[in-house]
Ligand binder design. Structure first.
Ligand code: GDP
Length: 174
């Protein structure tokens, strides 16, 4: 059984950019069947030696049956239900917005472990947003630049720890 990681966050924070960086070419697109609406991508990754299934909830914008908040809520709840760890991404350049707070509420009420990442943190433009991220209540936010690869090493280290813990909890180690 692979460790499951879900990347959640409002549109445009950089979820797909990180997904592509983590999963690279080992991407299994599930949206090429006609009539099937994609709302979640899955791919396999090996993060610091740990086999991992990565889920990306980007694609929210493409659905048109519901409010954005409703779709975010539904998808996030599905991702959380399936995931061992949720990677909650905000845009450090935009700061904490009401939609981020709404997602934080959902994440807080569920049991999956949460890693808070403040993406677009390259340079200095994300400094204020990084500080604001503490207000979300998930501890120290991890500054990241999915586009430039900054902070990826630290992210791998955190994921590795959580993955090993999940394996142990499930009695799958050794
Ligand atoms: P998603 O909607 O959350 O999946 O976001 P995308 O991955 O599609 O990214 C949204 C936009 O943010 C794109 O224009 C990306 O190029 C940009 N982006 C993603 N990561 C970074 C980053 O680390 N730094 C900056 N400055 N831009 C980024």
């Amino acid at each position: 059984m692979a460790f499951k990681l879900a990347i959640v966050g409002r549109p445009n924070v950089g979820k797909s950019t990180l997904f592509n960086r983590l999963v690279g070419k080992r991407l299994a697109l599930v949206d090429d069947q006609p009539g099937v609406t994609r709302d979640m991508r899955e791919g396999e990754a090996r993060l610091a030696g740990v086999h991992c299934t990565v889920m990306d909830t980007a694609g929210l914008e493409k659905a048109n049956d519901d409010s954005l908040q409703g779709r975010m809520r539904r998808l996030t709840e599905r991702a959380i239900a399936a995931a061992d760890v949720c990677l909650f991404m905000i845009d450090a350049r935009a700061g904490v917005l009401p939609d981020d707070m709404a997602l934080a509420d959902i994440l807080r009420r569920k049991s999956a472990a949460v890693i808070l990442v403040a993406n677009k943190s390259e340079g200095r433009a994300g400094e204020a947003g990084l500080l604001e991220a503490y207000s979300l209540g998930f501890g120290d936010p991890l500054p990241l630049s999915a586009e430039h690869g900054e902070g990826i090493h630290e992210l791998h280290a955190q994921l590795e720890q959580l993955a090993r813990k999940t394996e142990q909890d499930a009695g799958l180690s050794g």
